[in-house]
Design a protein around this ligand. Structure first.
Ligand SMILES: [Zn+2]
Length: 209
């Protein structure tokens, strides 16, 4: 009798264990699904090689920081959504931090925009449009139609924009990075650069500054 009872207890324990394992697997699957897992729907990760702000060779220089503000409400120039990520300067000094191209590509646009200030727009091989805004100045040789290499400096971070050409100081020094893909109907659709930046924020170019 005793032996048989032991067998029953053993079986019950095994069943309980299996249930617990099953529950853990289910829970884990749920947790993984809830997290924003990185999906590169448009194949842009193939093009992206560097984080867009160079690090200083002097390690004591404060670097940059960013958070996910894509889609946040913005009011300057009418109610709209934030179509990018703001990479904030560790030190609020215009013209200090070198901005580099994240990809190989072609300069499609350069010049002043009321919202973006001095901006450069670069088209990458797989069709992504990378928009670098609020620059303080452009690097030599950056002009419309020019080819650029990933990691090549395109200008310095600044605080230009929100007014007529030359307006500066309306906000803290930062790089606004926007990423767009072209839809089949020819329109440009903003995608969130945040997960892409997270993938490459260790891949930085070093400059002396
Ligand atoms: Zn912005």
């Amino acid at each position: 009798m005793l032996k048989r009872e032991n067998i029953v207890v053993c079986i019950l324990l095994m069943v309980a264990c299996l249930w617990i394992i099953f529950a853990i697997i289910l829970l884990e699957a749920k947790v993984l699904n809830l997290k924003d897992r990185f999906r590169d729907e448009y194949g842009l990760m193939e093009d992206i090689r560097y984080f867009p702000v160079a690090r200083s060779t002097d390690e004591s220089t404060p670097y940059v920081y960013y958070e996910n503000s894509w889609g946040d409400a913005r009011t300057y120039g009418g109610e709209r959504k934030h179509e990018g990520i703001d990479i904030m300067a560790g030190e609020n000094v215009p013209g200090k931090y070198p901005v580099v191209s994240m990809t190989d590509g072609v300069v499609e646009n350069i010049g002043w925009l009321e919202l973006g200030g001095y901006r450069v727009g670069i088209r990458s091989k797989n069709g992504g449009y990378f928009y670098y805004a609020h620059l303080n100045s452009y690097a030599d040789g950056i002009s419309e139609g020019k080819k650029v290499k990933a990691g090549q400096m395109i200008g310095y971070m600044g605080n230009s924009g929100y007014g007529p050409e030359g307006t500066t100081g309306m906000f803290a020094v930062h790089l606004h990075i926007g990423m767009y893909i072209r839809e089949k109907d020819g329109s440009e659709k903003s995608i969130n650069p945040f997960p892409y930046l997270n993938q490459i924020n260790k891949k930085t170019i070093k400059y002396k500054y």
